[in-house]
Design a protein around this ligand. Structure first.
Ligand code: NAD
Length: 354
């Protein structure tokens, strides 16, 4: 067992809980990386994992990412994440959601959950029947809370524009070619916002029909998944799953900037440096994709404190994403380190692990 604590992904997690609920068939992992700044906040991913070790690794990496993300976003929240291991058919039942809610409640507020891949607002409502430590609950149009995806997408687009200004010296997205990997809640939102600003989009999704529908709506092109990373463009925007930036993936890129919302885009240590060596500007994922957690964390905190929520505050916090990215890029330029290394060091200092 000692080996588990020595795993690089374990990285001093405060708590890792393996959950099994026989009656509902729920199998889940809740990982709390740090509660230094507040309760560990991060969504729940519902996914079919080939094996439990892969699920554990995903939970640990995502949870650490949430510590860094919440700290860098200036939120009074720590970092945590949950994964629910679905069967091959992706079966998710009300009983499983209830059992998962009980598991979150049992942590007494040390972990606060929300949506992630495979989870909907309706799932959060079901979980909320069993625990108060959940956010991303339904919100009226224009109010704080609800689906974090559109808020995440807004922050990413601000980050992409900051990267284009920094690297290409232009404030306009007109004619800027962006290759978008993943056309779900986040990728779809990013594509729509960029299309409205005149960017030239190429889209891909493993659900090819989804990419084609969105391409038709936006006057964009759709390509098969295996071609998206090699698409010639100014910006490659990964908005599907993580670890796409491994050595082979980085070698295929034909872009000047990587900026997208997927969590844990870099496959392993050194991949950020490999991007920098290719002259590609990287927007660290947990900095650029903080819009959604900013939205739902403020929803949670307002509800806890019985205060009205101010959408203007959410928007103001999202609007600060570009300045954080610029500080990281400047730090990387000054130190000669890669952007991910600079960002990690900033985040570690904020959570008392510097
Ligand atoms: P989603 O499930 O709505 O969309 C993901 C999309 O990616 C789906 O359309 C899926 O078919 C597609 N996809 C999966 N694997 C693919 C592949 N190999 N190639 C191309 N497409 C693929 O999920 P989402 O909420 O849009 O999240 C996307 C990413 O952004 C995830 O990494 C998530 O952790 C991250 N993220 C999401 C939020 C949020 O607010 N939803 C916030 C921060 C980070």
């Amino acid at each position: 067992m000692a080996a588990l604590w020595a795993e690089p992904d374990f990285d001093e997690h405060e708590l890792v809980q393996l959950v099994h609920h026989r009656a509902s068939g729920l199998t889940a992992i809740i990982a709390l990386h740090s509660t230094h700044l507040g309760p560990g906040a991060g969504g729940t991913r519902f996914w079919h994992y080939p094996d439990g070790v892969g699920a554990l690794r995903d939970a640990l990496r995502l949870s650490r990412g949430m510590s860094y993300k919440n700290a860098m976003a200036g939120l009074p929240m720590g970092g945590g994440k949950a994964v629910v291991l679905l069967d091959r058919d992706g079966r998710k039942t009300p009983a499983m959601l209830a059992a998962f809610g009980d598991a979150v409640e049992a942590l007494g507020g040390r972990y606060v959950t929300a949506e992630d891949v495979g989870a909907s607002v309706a799932d959060m409502v079901a979980i909320a029947a069993r625990t108060q430590h959940v956010c991303g609950l339904p919100a009226e149009q224009g109010a704080v809370g609800g689906d974090p995806g559109p808020f995440t997408a807004r922050g990413i687009v601000l980050g992409i524009k900051a990267a284009v200004a920094y690297r290409l010296g232009t404030d306009s997205m007109a004619g800027i070619r962006v290759a978008v990997q993943g056309c779900g809640s986040v990728g779809g939102g990013v594509a729509r916002l960029l299309a409205a600003e005149g960017a030239v989009l190429t889209l891909a999704d493993i659900d090819a029909a989804r990419a084609q529908r969105l391409a038709a709506e936006l006057g964009a092109s759709a390509v098969p998944c295996e071609r998206i990373m090699a698409t010639p463009c100014e910006v490659f925007s990964p908005n599907a799953l993580g670890a796409v930036l491994d050595r082979a993936g980085i070698a295929r890129l034909d872009c000047r900037i990587v900026a997208g919302g997927a969590n844990n885009q870099l496959a392993q240590a050194g991949d950020g440096a490999a991007l920098a060596e290719r002259g590609i500007l990287y927007a660290p994922d947990y900095v650029i994709n903080a819009g959604g957690i900013i939205n739902v964390s403020l929803e949670y905190l307002c509800r806890r404190h019985g205060q009205p929520c101010d959408l203007a505050e959410v928007e103001a916090r999202i609007a600060r994403i570009p300045e954080r990215l610029r500080a990281i890029w400047q730090g990387a330029q000054d130190s000669g380190e890669s952007a991910d290394v600079v960002a990690d060091r900033m985040a570690q200092a904020l959570i008392g692990r510097g």
